[in-house]
Design a protein around this ligand. Structure first.
Ligand code: HEC
Ligand code: HEC
Length: 378
């Protein structure tokens, strides 16, 4: 079971309690300035090859930090398919953009020697070990922002005089002497922004409940009981404690089927082995990071490949995967798992939930939505 890790290394912009009183003020001020710079970089389309996309394109600050682009003209692709269209307007990634909000709360990637399992890290397969490492990836990913190398990104950064002076001020006058160092500073500023209050409001109905400012409806209450009991969701998405992240940051293979619609567009043929490929261990093939369920009602489509569009489909999948249930979206029996040999058949697959109980769980999960995104709930 996941034990709350004390994250002494991650400086949150809002909570800098680890410094002696005299340093506290200046560190806090520096971090606020870094976060402000990071915010500009996060939304800057000029940092992609054709200047069409920024981090915020796939992690929209107005849409729960996921890819919520309207239908793209003259394209068969749309975000509901799963995956994301890249800066070249052709490439479509094979994984669905996860919510960047609350992502920073993951511990750095590590092997838990006690439990003998991998925990934490960034990306759905944990391949970036820290939040700063993660931020260095998308600029250079040919399917995403498509820049050729870090020097090319820094050349674009230098096109903006404000960036030059701010980076020098915050990271030292010599920061541009070495592109590697400058790229690291850009990633650091973005990672600082990703830890700011923009990415964690903790003001959903669920949070207001523990503050005594919200009462669950009887349907939500029923859903909560099921979530913690018969449906066993808390085995991987714990909701106890103050401001839980609703993930234990471990990895599991749920037996998610291939997203055929997406694969028809992006032409990908290989099996997505997830964590197993990263750590070179076939027994972990098909395992992906347990998702946070914060804002889950407004971050469709679902699963690492976006194969399910509706939240209730996900619950129905957990409920009936192993008993020849019908996928309500395709009206056919669930497709076979992409990686059948390692699936978890202990905690899911045949939960014995009624249709009404599935509805209750969905209603409960809607209470996980940040106040500013509540208007997006359908
Ligand atoms: C073209 C769309 C796209 C762009 C642009 C993009 N991302 Fe992502 N992002 C994704 C996808 C897809 C994943 C999951 C990829 C994977 O697991 O392999 C992801 C994963 C992440 C994660 C990990 C979340 C987690 O829970 O582990 C973070 C954080 C993140 N992106 C931040 C950024 C930042 C910062 C930038 C800009 C430097 C950026 N993204 C640009 C699509 C995008
Ligand atoms: C054994 C661990 C485990 C249990 C039990 C579990 N989950 Fe999950 N959950 C995961 C993992 C791992 C993922 C990511 C899987 C993937 O993308 O392939 C996930 C993903 C999800 C997603 C999609 C997240 C996204 O952003 O796309 C939802 C919704 C969800 N779970 C809800 C539930 C509910 C509701 C229950 C109880 C009925 C439950 N989970 C039980 C491990 C678990």
């Amino acid at each position: 079971m996941y034990k709350k890790l004390l994250k002494l290394t991650t400086l949150s912009v809002a909570s800098l309690v680890l410094f002696s009183a005299c340093d506290e003020q200046s560190v806090a001020t520096t971090n606020i300035e870094k976060a402000k710079l990071g915010e500009k970089l996060f939304s800057d389309k000029t940092l992609s090859k054709n200047k069409t996309m920024a981090c915020a394109t796939c992690h929209s600050l107005d849409n729960a930090m996921v890819d919520a682009r309207a239908k793209i003209p003259n394209h068969t692709y749309n975000v509901n398919t799963g995956g994301s269209l890249g800066d070249d307007n052709v490439s479509i990634g094979d994984r669905n953009a996860p919510m960047a909000a609350y992502a920073f709360e993951a511990p750095d990637f590590h092997f838990d020697n006690g439990e003998k399992i991998y925990v934490g890290g960034f990306f759905l397969d944990g391949r970036a070990h820290t939040l700063k490492d993660q931020a260095k990836g998308p600029f250079l990913n040919p399917l995403e922002m498509n820049m050729p190398n870090d020097s090319a990104v820094i050349a674009r950064v230098k096109d903006n005089a404000d960036y030059i002076s701010e980076l020098k001020k915050l990271y030292g006058d010599d920061i541009f002497e070495n592109d590697f160092k400058a790229y690291d500073a850009v990633a650091d500023a973005i990672a600082t922004f990703e830890q700011s209050s923009t990415f964690k409001t903790f003001d959903s109905k669920f949070d207001r409940l523990s503050d005594g400012d919200y009462e669950l409806t009887s349907l939500e209450e029923q859903g909560k009981k099921l979530f913690e009991g018969k449906a066993m969701c808390v085995a991987c998405h714990p909701i106890d404690g103050y401001h839980p992240l609703m993930t234990d940051f471990t990895y599991d293979n749920l037996g998610v089927p291939i997203n055929k619609e997406l694969r028809a567009l992006n032409g990908v043929k290989n099996i997505d082995k997830g964590l197993g490929k990263e750590v070179n261990d076939a027994s972990l093939d098909g395992a992906f990071k347990v998702s946070s369920l914060r804002n889950i009602a407004v971050t469709s489509p679902y699963m690492h490949n976006g194969v399910f569009k509706d939240l209730k489909t996900v619950v129905h999948f957990y409920n009936t995967r192993d008993i020849e249930g019908i996928n309500p979206e395709t009206k056919e029996i669930w497709d076979r798992p992409e990686v059948p040999q390692t699936i978890n058949d202990v905690e899911l697959g045949d939960l014995g939930l009624s249709n009404q109980e599935e509805d209750a769980i969905v209603a409960f999960m809607k209470t996980f939505t940040d106040k500013k995104f509540e208007h997006l709930i359908k």
